[in-house]
Every structure is written in C-alpha cells, then in structure tokens.
Design a binder for this molecule. Structure first.
Ligand code: CP
Length: 310
C-alpha cells in the first residue's frame, strides 16, 4: 500500500491487517518509551488546508513515535496564501525531502488527485477531504469498536447508528464504507435535509427518527458535528430546533443500552448535537477514539512508507 486516499482502496484483509497492526502499536503507546525505529530517515509532511486538532497532532505524534522527521505546513502560513497551486506546493515539499504528504483539503478528491496525477512520487494520506472521506478516522473508530466489545477480527453483528449531519460528513462516508467491509450493520438518522439522497446505496439504512433508531438498540451510537462551515443555505430553522430532535441528551440518552458505546469524532459542540452528560458518560469513547488515532496513524504511515505490499 503506497497511498491511503479512500477506504475503497482497502479490502477486508488489508483493513483487518491495519487494525491488527494498530492494536499492537496501541500497546507500544502504553510503554514508558513509546518510540520505534521503523521510519528512521523518512520525512512526513502534514499539509493542512483546513483546521485540525486531533488529526494533525496525532499524525505528528504517530510519525515521531516511528522516528520519522515531521514538518507541519498550514495553508495560511505557507505560500498557498500567495496563490501557489497544490501541484507546486506538493512538488516543493517533495524537493525538500517529503516521503509522505498527509493532506487535509476542503475539496473532495484533492488527495486522490495528488496521488494519481504523477506530480510527486511521495505517499499521499488523506486526512479529510471536503465532505468526501476521512479514512483514518473510520479506522480509529473501527479499532475503538473492536476494543469496546473485545473483538479480535471483523465487526459482524455489530449495529452502528450514525446520527446528525450525514450530508456534509466525510467521517460518515468513510465509516459507512469501512463498517460495511467489516460486516457491521449501519443505520443513519438525522434531519431529512441533512441525509443525502441515495446514501442507502453505500450500505446504510435510513431511519425516520432518532427515537425510532434508538428503539432498535444499536450497539454503537455515533454522533456527528453539524458542519456549519460547509453549509450553503439553511438546513434547519434553528439550533434549538435541531437539538430538540437530534441531540443525544435527556430521554434519548436514557434509551441508549447500558453496554452500548457512545462515539463522536470531535470536535464536539456540547449542548448542540451532544449533551455534556452524554459526552462525559461512562459509555463515551470520545477520548479513547482520540488515543486510538495515534496507533491507527502509526499503522497507516508504516504501511505506506515501509514498502510492504498489503
Ligand atoms: N476528528 C477530526 O478530524 O478532528 P480534527 O478536525 O480536530 O482533526
């Protein structure tokens, strides 16, 4: 595997192998000395055209734990702000020595373009592109679900409910693809305006109401942030109206099974799509997800940069 721009590039074996590798690496992350020499001499550039806390920092920590050199570039502090193109930026970074470019970009397809145009020979890893995909987020979510239920292989029989702004969510798309690959059952709930037409064809059942979806007793309730920055026009009349129907709070939190996992990719808008009570509930996996992000990104960087074929 040289690049990871979409979950569609993985088959069941390669997905399971990445998760197994991430599981082993998560144990390294528990040790006092959390460093491995695996990527010594390699240079990883984090090229972020959108803001990030979790993804950028965990890619940096992951690369450093594998002994790679890491450079962080943001659009507003680089010559991108002077009009430099993606091609020229990437070629410049490669000329400086980048072996891998981890890219977050507002345009869906930007990482794939970079990987496939032949502009550079470095590995390209998608750290989130527009509303399209966020493959390492889906992998860390799958690892969290495996750990949460003590599973060692795929996710057959696990019922996952994803709730909220599905339309603008790259997290939802990558999760639907990966959860299907791993054999989980995926359902979606959210305001009709935020459920894209035809999403069922990706392998998900659309539910009419949050309460109706919770009555099916999902094993995982994954809440999504409302992505106001990607919205052109009105998708709901007010934050209050949205929260009244779609926030995980109060009676709806009570409907979540005792053994279920509550997940959110972050950043959370407490009091909007999720209450503080739900975010801080013992069933909440939010910080576990963040911690697993380091192990998953170590596994992905290693797989892309080590020259291993799977
Ligand atoms: N989940 C996620 O992508 O978070 P950041 O935007 O902080 O990277």
């Amino acid at each position: 595997m040289k690049h990871l721009t979409s979950i569609r590039e993985l088959d069941l074996n390669s997905a399971l192998s990445l998760l197994d590798n991430a599981q082993q690496l998560s144990q390294v992350n528990e040790r006092e000395v959390k460093k491995l020499p695996a990527l010594r001499g390699k240079t990883v550039v984090n090229l972020f055209f959108e803001n990030s806390t979790r993804t950028r920092v965990s890619f940096e920590v992951a690369a450093k734990r594998l002994s790679a050199d890491v450079i962080n570039v943001t659009a507003d502090s680089s010559s991108v702000s002077k009009g430099e193109s993606l091609k020229d930026t990437a070629q410049t970074l490669e000329a400086i020595g980048a072996d891998a470019i981890v890219i977050r970009h507002p345009l869906s397809g930007a990482p794939k373009l970079l990987a496939e145009q032949g502009w550079i020979s470095a590995s390209v890893i998608n750290a989130g592109d527009g509303s399209h995909e966020h493959p390492t987020q889906a992998l860390l979510d799958a690892l969290t679900i495996r750990q949460g239920f003590g599973l060692a292989s795929d996710l057959r029989g696990v019922k996952v409910l994803i709730v909220g702004d599905i339309r603008h969510s790259r997290v939802a798309r990558s999760n639907i693809l990966l959860l299907n690959l791993l054999g989980a059952e995926v359902s979606l709930a959210g305001p009709q305006s935020l459920i894209p037409e035809g999403i069922e064809q990706m392998g998900a059942k659309v539910m009419d109401s949050f309460e109706g979806a919770l009555a099916q007793k999902p094993d995982v309730v994954m809440m999504l942030r409302v992505q106001k920055e990607r919205m052109q026009g009105e998708f709901f009349s007010s934050a209050t109206e949205y929260s009244r129907a779609w926030s995980l709070e109060g009676k709806r939190l009570e409907m979540v099974s005792e053994k279920a996992l509550i997940m959110h990719p972050g950043p959370m808008n407490r009091g909007f799509e999720i209450s503080s009570q739900a975010a801080d509930d013992p069933r909440s996996q939010v910080l576990k997800q963040v911690a697993n992000g380091v192990a998953v990104r170590m596994a992905v960087l290693y797989r892309c940069l080590s020259g291993e074929t799977q």
